[in-house]
Design a protein around this ligand. Structure first.
Ligand SMILES: NC(=O)c1ccc[n+]([C@@H]2O[C@H](COP(=O)([O-])OP(=O)(O)OC[C@H]3O[C@@H](n4cnc5c(N)ncnc54)[C@H](O)[C@@H]3O)[C@@H](O)[C@H]2O)c1
Ligand SMILES: [Zn+2]
Length: 373
């Protein structure tokens, strides 16, 4: 049963588009693409796990609407977000005689969205693409905003482009097959939106977490729609990431460092971001007068969502955590810059934080008293 989908508009002038959120949307993919006036030929790019569930319905829906469709399946996981796989995509697009007006459908999580979006941004100097995100992280974050890219051996997301999709279709039904741990990891970004922009939404999450965990469609649709609204609003202010978009990095300075130092794979992205948010909140208590009760509300909500709030790291990792944070580029005149909260729903970006306070937050994460300078 599908109910009327929620709709969020990303206002970017001629590059603007709609995000539709609801159940039963995948079978409507073909009709939606028709309504956009897209040309007759398209390629669906997906990964092997997602394609197994949703490849045939996506292709079927597009064919039923009269499109000539080919399906390209890449291995699942971050390892596909590279130049070699992008090369395979270009070759297939050429082999299927895709033209300037042909389009790409990204069917999968953030990896497929970033890869397929990057391929669409660069093939023939840019062809249209449609996002059909199937992970919670992709539905609330990576499919919205037009950042696409691939990794190099040197670092993640080192090569990329801004290329807005023509449509984002978030079908809640697809989340049913997403592994529970991936789903909870996506919740970290959901909670982040409450902290950076919307205290009422944060309170909504506190109240409705059990419905969200049970994937109750009405609650989930409202949750995802609000996240997309917030991201769309921030992207609308700063499409090319020269200012306000930095707010979306709340929890990401320490989070990215933990991902890198713990070894990619130990923590999923959202799990590392949960830890990063706990660290950013503890710095915020010291520097931007975040009430301790608010920092505590954040930790409690993360824990209830099944996310980690403690990371017991060995003291010898301190310098590696620092190297990773410095590499993450958010440094100016020797001081790391953070997004900090003065309360739930109120954040500012680009705030310098002295090393001593960053270290205190890292010790706090490990449950240790602050080490002496
Ligand atoms: N472009 C952006 O603005 C942006 C923002 C945040 C993250 N990202 C990128 O997103 C990527 C992470 O995205 P992700 O967490 O979705 O990872 P992912 O795409 O690897 O998906 C996680 C896993 O879940 C599987 N999966 C996805 N949907 C499924 C479904 N419905 N049923 C069963 N299995 C499913 C995938 O096959 C994969 O194994 C990273 O590469 C990150 O850099 C981009
Ligand atoms: Zn993130």
């Amino acid at each position: 049963m599908s109910s009327k989908p929620h709709q969020v508009k990303v206002e970017l002038g001629s590059r603007g588009y709609s995000i539709r959120i609801g159940t039963g949307l995948l079978p409507r993919l073909g009709r939606e693409c028709r309504a956009l006036g897209l040309d007759s030929r398209c390629m669906v790019i997906s990964d092997e796990l997602v394609a197994q569930h949703y490849g045939a319905p996506a292709v079927g829906s597009l064919e039923k609407a009269g499109f000539t469709v080919s399906l390209l399946v890449v291995p699942a996981g971050e390892r596909s977000k590279n130049l070699k796989t992008a090369g395979r995509c270009y070759q297939q697009l050429a082999a299927h005689r895709m033209e300037r007006k042909s389009f790409v459908v990204a069917l999968g999580g953030g990896v497929v969205g970033d890869l397929a979006g990057f391929v669409a941004a660069t093939y023939l100097r840019g062809i249209p693409f449609v996002q059909v995100p199937t992970s919670l992280l992709a539905q609330v974050d990576s499919s919205v905003g037009g950042k696409v890219g691939i990794n190099l051996a040197a670092a993640k997301n080192l090569v990329g482009a801004f290329h807005q999709p023509r449509l984002v279709l978030c079908d809640l039904d697809t989340l049913r097959t997403l592994p529970d741990r991936e789903y909870r990891s996506g919740l970290a970004e959901v909670i982040k939106y409450g902290v950076i922009q919307d205290a009422a939404f944060f309170a909504f999450l506190e109240k409705n977490l059990s419905g969200i965990l049970a994937q109750k469609p009405s609650v989930l649709a409202k949750t995802i729609a609000r996240c997309c609204e917030i991201k769309a609003y921030i992207v609308g202010q700063d499409e090319f990431e020269s200012g306000a978009r930095a707010l979306l990095n709340f929890g990401h300075t320490v989070g990215h460092a933990i991902e890198a130092v713990a070894g990619y794979g130990r923590f999923l992205h959202g799990e590392a971001i949960a830890l990063g948010m706990v660290a950013a909140a503890s710095i915020s208590v010291a520097r931007t007068s975040l009430p301790a009760t608010s920092a505590n509300r954040l930790s409690v909500l993360l824990q209830r969502a099944g996310l980690p709030t403690q990371f017991v790291w060995h003291p010898r990792l301190r310098s590696r955590l620092w190297d990773a944070m410095v590499l993450d580029k958010k440094v100016s005149r020797g001081e790391l810059r953070f997004v900090l909260a003065s309360d739930v729903g109120q954040c500012r970006f680009g705030l310098p934080v002295p090393a001593l306070e960053v270290n205190a937050a890292l010790d706090h994460l490990a449950g240790r008293p602050p080490s002496k300078p």
